[in-house]
Ligand binder design. Structure first.
Ligand SMILES: [Zn+2]
Length: 129
């Protein structure tokens, strides 16, 4: 049995075009990938902060204690141990009944904001006029 091999293959120009298209696609995909990862990490952090806020409030009420830094650190150590609260290792703090991350909580005049509001721009919704 004789196997026939085709003499034709890809030309240099065809290979170069494929490589160029792959390069263009990767330059488009990489920034959006890094943006998606950063946004995911921010959402994880904000969700963790919200959970800590509720848990710590309940902890204070159940133990009939006032907030201070030692109780807050003890609570975090008991509940989370060595687990990461912020994926980017942000510093977690508690002020006026809210838990903040120095990397992901936005600051405004009223104090830090966890970014749970003003999501209209992100959802592709109609902006407020
Ligand atoms: Zn964070």
């Amino acid at each position: 049995m004789k196997i026939k091999y085709s003499e034709q293959g890809f030309t240099l120009l065809e290979v170069m075009i494929v490589i160029a298209v792959l390069g263009i696609l990767s330059t488009i995909a990489y920034p959006s990938y890094t943006n998606i990862v950063a946004r995911s990490q921010e959402k994880v952090c904000i969700a963790n902060l919200s959970q800590i806020e509720r848990g710590y409030s309940a902890y204070l009420v159940l133990n009939n204690k006032e907030h201070n830094l030692i109780f807050f650190e003890l609570y975090l150590q008991e509940e989370y141990g060595n687990r990461k609260i912020c994926p980017n290792n942000g510093e977690i703090s508690y002020e006026k009944g809210k838990v903040y991350c120095n990397l992901h909580s936005m600051l405004d005049d009223d104090g830090p904001d966890n970014g749970e509001e003003d999501d209209d721009e992100d959802n592709g919704g109609v902006p407020f006029i």
